[in-house]
Structure formats: C-alpha cells, structure tokens
Design a protein around this ligand. Structure first.
Ligand SMILES: Cc1ncc(COP(=O)(O)O)c(C=O)c1O
Length: 404
C-alpha cells in the first residue's frame, strides 16, 4: 500500500478513512519528495546563484507546470500559488472584486457553496455596496434550481461564483454549461474546484471559467498550498492581495511596481516544500489516471448507496447516482440520532467520517433543515470492504440508540 497511514492498526483495526472530502491521505511518494527536498536541496527559490537553490526553483516551477497541465491551463504563469482554495477565492474577491464591483452591482453565488465561496463575496458586497444573490438548490433533486439560476442571471451579475462539486451533496454541476450561461448574461465566472480536481479530469479551458480555485491537500498533496488559475491577461488586470518581497519589480521610497504574473501574487518566501509535494501528488494522480479514479469512486459510491438504500432509518442527501451528476460524497442521517453520536460510534469501529455543517451552513441548515449531517467521502484508496464496515457501524448505531 502506498499510503503509510492506512497500514497502521489502531486497536487492531486498519482505519477506514472515509473523510477525504476534508483532506486526503498522502502516498509515500509525496512524503518522500518533501523529505528529499529538506535532505538534499533545501534552499530559497529565485534568488540563489548556486546549485541547490537552482534545483529548488526548478522543482517549484515544475510543480506549477504539472498543475497547469493537469487542468489543461495554458502555462505555469496562469498558476498562482495560494495557501489553499479559500485563500485563492479571497484573492479573487479582493484582487479582482475590489477593483470591479461597484455600488449596486450584483454578485451571484449558490446555496450549495462552502463558506470559502460565500464569506469573501459577503465581505466584498458589504465593502463596495453590492448585492449578493443566491441560486436555490432544488429540495428534492439536490441540484441547482434552473428557474432560480435564470432569475439570478437576469439581474446581470458581475460575477457568478459556484462550486464544481458540492462537498455536502456530492452534486456535480455542469460547469461548462453554467459558465456559458453566465458569460451569455455578461457575468464572469469563478469556479470552486476544491472537490472536483482531486476526483475527475478537469479541462479548465474547455469549461471556460475565468477564475478557478483548488487545494493541494485534498488531492494527495501537502496542506498549505492551493491554486488560483486565470489567464495571464486576467491576472495582469488584478491587484495583489499581499505585498512585500518577491512580488515587486522595483521599489521607490513612495511607490512600487509589480513583478510579472504569477509572482506578483506570491509575496515573501513561498511554501517551497508544499510545491515540491504538490508536484509529486500530481505525478501520482497521473500515474493512476484521473478517469480510473473517478470510475473507482463512482463504483464505490453506488455500492454504498445500494447498501444504505435498503435501510429506511437512514436518509441520504444528494442526487440520484443514476442522474450521472453525483461524486463520491454521501451525507446522511439516522432517524433520531445526533450525527456526532454516529461519528463517535463509527470511530469505535475504526472508521473516520465527518459530521457537522461541513462549512456549508446555508445548505445544511436552511436547505436540508439539519443542525448537522454525517458524511462519508471516498477516494482512490477506499474499497467495498470499508463500506461493509460502515454498514455494520450503522447497525451498531441503531442498536445502541434503539432505532427502529
Ligand atoms: C467545495 C469546497 N470549496 C472550498 C473548500 C475550501 O478548501 P480549503 O479548506 O482547502 O481552503 C472546501 C473544503 O472543504 C470545499 O469542500
């Protein structure tokens, strides 16, 4: 097994890690790439005229080239490294939004967004006097409501920011179609790829979204590094969010000019080891194949949904798997049992799942009407035996809480 953590036994049991939507496990190849950087070429990038600094620079930029290729972006200059997807969306809202959103403008998002694609737009709307509108989620199909989408776009928003895949419902939005609809309505598009890039082939130029955000730690790479992708000319029209060293071309006493993109957005010493590990993670994903990963996850999700579907005390939230718009995420509840109790019992079975609002309070509280939900999420290292264990854990929950 390439994932050392998944070989460890706790109380004699291998962990069934069903929480990859929160963060993924890391293969040995990623861990070793970071260790190798520290052991053999640890140096700051860009500024050293000596071998190990040159190597660190080459590997760091090389990881951007890999990220660009993975999503079919034009070149590494379109890849801005940020701390994570959240930081990337904040950069978009501040670096693009502050300049372009004016009083009375509309910003359109959806009810299925993660807080990272809500709060930055709320802040921007408050600061610049704009209006924040939401596309509703259909309460039975768990997809975006078409009528509400059309209504939102009819207000001529300046930007439509939406998630590619919901981290709660597993809904896969048709990003290409939605982007076209937004462009036809005169809006730019920010696409949140935090839950899509790790799990499926994404061709960002085909989709056509103007701004695209995702995180390394959800795709086998280290935490602390993420991506904001936009075309070079788009990035050139944005302001930096953080200023200081490395992002400048020249500094006078009263003013400064900026470095070329993407460097104008990367002030200070970046997360070099993060870039190194991220590159290794992309190599790993490519070796397995994104199509194979997606196929495996759909199979395992189908298997789990079939097992849960036979239990009338379990309620699952998300689109029908047959609809073809569902990824490997299953949020569920068990009648009369608080989700935290479900997770605690799962843990006693050696199964890691997540409960709570999943950083999507408007969706979980208002749309699903729940205080919290339990969530299983799958990745390339999960298997059917782990789903069987989850089904057994549900049985235990029901016995302990006398459900049914
Ligand atoms: C859909 C979605 N968007 C954005 C994020 C934020 O990612 P990060 O915490 O890496 O910034 C998450 C994290 O769970 C997510 O699921």
């Amino acid at each position: 097994m390439d994932f050392p953590l998944l070989d460890i036994r706790y109380d004699g049991k291998r962990i069934a890690y069903l929480d990859s939507a929160a963060t993924s496990q890391k293969p040995a190849q990623v861990i070793e790439s970071i260790s190798d950087y520290y052991k053999t070429y640890n140096a700051n990038i860009h500024r050293g005229i000596y071998k190990i600094s040159e190597k660190a620079t080459e590997v760091y930029i090389g990881s951007k080239e890999k990220a660009a290729k993975l999503i079919n972006a034009g070149s590494y200059s379109e890849i801005v490294y940020t701390k994570n997807a959240t930081d990337a969306i904040n950069l978009a809202a501040i670096g693009w939004g502050n300049r372009n959103i004016k009083e009375g403008d509309h910003i359109l998002i959806t009810e299925m967004e993660h807080h990272s694609n809500i709060v930055p737009w709320q802040m921007l709307a408050k600061k610049n006097g704009a209006v924040l509108d939401y596309v509703d989620v259909d309460r039975s199909a768990y997809t975006l409501n078409e009528e509400s989408l059309e209504k939102g776009l009819a207000k001529s928003p300046k930007i439509f920011a939406f998630t590619h895949v919901s981290n709660v419902l597993g809904t896969v939005n048709d990003a290409k179609r939605l982007t076209k609809m937004a462009h036809d309505a005169g809006a730019l598009v920010l696409l949140d790829g935090a839950q899509s890039v790790p799990h499926m082939k994404v061709d960002i130029r085909d989709i056509g979204a103007d701004l695209f955000a995702f995180s390394s730690h959800k795709m086998l790479g280290p935490a602390g590094i993420g991506v904001l992708r936009a075309e070079r000319s788009f990035l050139e029209g944005m302001d930096p969010m953080i200023t200081g060293g490395d992002m400048i071309l020249s500094v006078e006493k009263q003013s400064s000019t900026w470095n070329d993109v993407p460097w104008k957005f990367e002030a200070g010493t970046p997360n070099i080891e993060g870039g190194v590990g991220f590159g290794a993670a992309i190599d790993y994903l490519n070796a397995v194949g994104m199509d194979n990963i997606q196929k495996h996850e759909i199979e395992i999700t189908k298997y789990a949904l079939d097992a849960l579907g036979t239990d009338d005390k379990v309620r699952v939230y998300g689109p029908d798997i047959k609809s073809g718009v569902r990824g490997g995420i299953i949020s569920f509840s068990i009648k009369g049992v608080h989700p935290h109790d479900i997770a605690t019992i799962f843990d006693s079975h050696g199964i890691a799942i997540r409960t709570g609002h999943h950083c999507a309070m408007p969706l979980v509280r208002s749309v699903l009407g729940l205080p919290a939900a339990a969530r299983m999420s799958f990745y390339l290292y999960n298997n059917e035996e782990e789903v069987d264990r989850a089904v057994q854990a549900i049985k235990s929950v029901k016995e302990i809480f006398h459900v049914g």
